[in-house]
Design a protein around this ligand. Structure first.
Ligand code: FAD
Ligand code: UDP
Length: 410
């Protein structure tokens, strides 16, 4: 009997598994339908031996000391300040828009005060800031909005910024100084040995069993458990009873080049040209030294793995309907980006998971702790038809887990 069946081995599921196992001595079965742990933050070495992020570039940043301290138990860090350039009017200029962006773009030599005055002359007045268009045009005017935001947003979301909540483009600030960092959070760092290693360390406790390559629906009838934590898409959990909640998907195209460095910046955004939105060169993020380099091109699409909840009022309404169903299910808890339909970064997901853990802890008297960390067995089911027969899990060692990480079979 497991105390918890946790669906999804991303940041939400792994944080909860770790806390429940180590702090409350709960027995946890963590199930993921993918072949690996880590969810969308999973990283692995490609065929050339370059550390890549399989589901697009992930940069850790947070203002939360609690989240940073929590994750620091499972990894050492490499300090990293992320930088992005946008390809606009045939030039590569810093994004978020700052003083240098304006001076380069218009061939000027303005000071911070002068650029502030410039923004005021071009900004469009808005009674209320409701949409992603409002956010930008009310700060930097229509021309800069069209150069940097309109095309990128239409490509990425398949929607005009006027159809998206203000919170989407509000993620990217406007600056009048020369700070060219993408984020200004207090803590900005990358896990020294990668995200997957961080997850392995989180899950390295004998109370946690990991079952990969398995949809929880295949096993939930056969494996007894007391409570469930679900971190997959909420509409899917309820068999799309109130219709499909849209999630934006991406197609990632990886390219390896026979040269040490190819881009002048870690990420180049392409708001107006090409079908892809951005190109990332991983070695900047990971700090890896290697004679070759790997890039990823991101192409947005409607269908495919769900990556982005789409923040707009009609979707929030559908989500609210699904959320009311949760009130009738006290033994199922929803957490994470897909399950709570929130455009959350990794740190926000960890914070949400820690909050849920506190609630679970508050109502659960702790058992006496008899377990120790570091001797976990990982289980994957033998290949089957997935039609619901009780498949016998095969216990495997962490060496096999490592092979799964790198996508090798055997
Ligand atoms: P996920 O990581 O999506 O994990 C959910 C897991 O549940 C998945 O592994 C899935 O396979 C599993 N699952 C779903 N349904 C089932 C089922 N029926 N049975 C079994 N398993 C199931 N955040 C940052 O902080 N910085 C960044 O730079 C950043 N960049 C990003 C770039 C991209 C392209 C994307 C898509 C996201 C980025 N994020 C970034 C956000 C980050 O990926 C998420 O905040 C975080 O990974 C969400 O964790 P999660 O556990 O909620 O969900
Ligand atoms: N955005 C844009 N142009 C840019 C960068 C961002 O229009 O050069 C908009 C776009 O709508 C994007 C949103 O701002 O989806 C948030 O950007 P962020 O870089 O945070 O996106 P993520 O890393 O989550 O994909």
């Amino acid at each position: 009997m497991y105390d918890f069946l946790i669906v999804g081995a991303g940041f939400a599921g792994s944080t909860l598994a770790e806390r429940l196992a180590t702090q409350l001595n709960k027995k946890v079965l963590l199930v993921d339908r993918r072949l690996h742990i880590g969810g969308n933050a999973y990283d692995c070495f490609d065929d050339s031996g370059i550390l890549i992020h399989k589901y697009g570039p992930h940069i850790f940043h947070t203002n939360s000391r609690q989240v940073f301290d929590y994750l620091s138990q499972f990894t050492k860090w490499r300090q990293y300040q992320h930088r992005v350039m946008a390809s606009v009017d045939g030039m590569l200029v810093p994004i978020p828009i700052n003083l240098d962006t304006i001076n380069q773009l218009y061939g000027l030599n303005l000071s911070s005060l002068e650029v502030e005055a410039f923004f005021q002359t071009v900004a469009e007045k808005r009674e209320a800031i409701r949409t992603s268009e409002d956010v930008v045009v009310s700060k930097v005017g229509r021309e800069l909005y069209e150069k940097f935001f309109r095309g990128y947003t239409r490509k990425h979301w398949g929607l005009d910024p006027s159809e998206l909540d203000a919170s989407v483009t509000a993620r990217v600030p406007t600056r009048t100084n020369r700070d060219c960092r993408y984020f200004t959070d207090t803590y900005q760092a990358m896990p020294l040995h990668g995200f997957t290693r961080l997850f392995e360390n989180m899950l390295s406790h004998e109370n946690i069993h990991v079952l990969l390559n398995t949809d929880y629906r295949e096993i939930k009838k056969f494996i007894p458990y007391r409570e469930m934590i679900y971190t997959g898409p909420i509409d899917e959990f309820f068999d799309f009873r109130y219709g499909k909640l849209p999630y934006r998907s991406l197609n990632f195209q990886f390219e390896t080049h026979d040269t040490a460095v190819i881009q002048p910046a870690p990420v180049i955004n392409n708001p107006n040209d090409f079908a892809y939105t951005r190109v990332t060169e991983f070695k900047y993020l990971t700090g890896q030294h290697h004679p070759k380099t790997t890039l990823v091109y991101e192409y947005s699409q409607a269908e495919g793995d769900p990556y982005y909840p789409i923040p707009r009022p009609e979707n929030a309404e559908i989500y609210q309907k699904y959320k009311t169903l949760l009130e009738t299910m006290p033994l199922v808890h929803f957490c994470g980006r897909l399950a709570t339909y929130k455009y959350y970064n990794m740190d926000q997901v960890v914070a949400q998971a820690l909050t849920l853990f506190s609630k679970l802890e508050a109502r659960t008297p702790a058992k006496s702790s008899e377990t120790k960390s570091g001797s976990k067995l990982v289980s994957v089911p033998a290949a089957g038809n997935g039609k619901g027969s009780a498949r016998k899990p095969r216990s495997i060692s962490t060496a096999v887990l490592k092979r799964l990480r790198t996508g090798q079979s055997g």
